[in-house]
Design a protein around this ligand. Sequence first.
Ligand SMILES: [Zn+2]
Length: 200
Amino acid sequence: MLKLKKALLIVDLQIDFCPGGRLAVPQADKIVPVINKYIKLFSKNKLPIFASRDWHPKKTSHFKKFGGRWPLHCVQNTKGAQFHPKLRLPQETIIISKGMSPQKDSYSAFDGEDSSGQSLYNLLKILGIEELYVGGLATDYCVKETVLGALRKGFKVRVLLDAIKGVDIKKDDSKKAIQEMKIQGAKIITFKELEEKWST
Ligand SMILES: [Zn+2]
């Protein structure tokens, strides 16, 4: 059942993206307990876990104030940039930071790097990962861009349908994002399905 080497990638489950945060995704906190179940399952199977985070400098053209699109959020070393307090990331989780450029927008975790500057792509290659399981925030931005990035780089991708939430600035943005990810080759899965699959 675990023939392909798999990894879990949790995208941007940070305080600023959750209700009460500076750029809250509606009901984002609802996925935290579900993500925690995936974390447990991957840990039990000794599979690596990655968590990406938006990690912006104070001044970046990503923010409205400097000509960009978004209100201030996830500024490096602020409370809002921390992971959701109920997210149970194991010690060995590999943290991928992204969005550090003062000039450039970036949404995909594949634009990010770990604390030693190693890119997500290189880390996955070093670990021999072939299939990525992706959940987190937000369906119509960073999850979508991360999934499409992974597919372009030749990984198999499963989107965790019960562990993503979207912004939906336009109604149906998330629905369209899921559709696009599927068209590009991503498969979707829920926790129940995965648990059953891996227990047989
Ligand atoms: Zn951002």
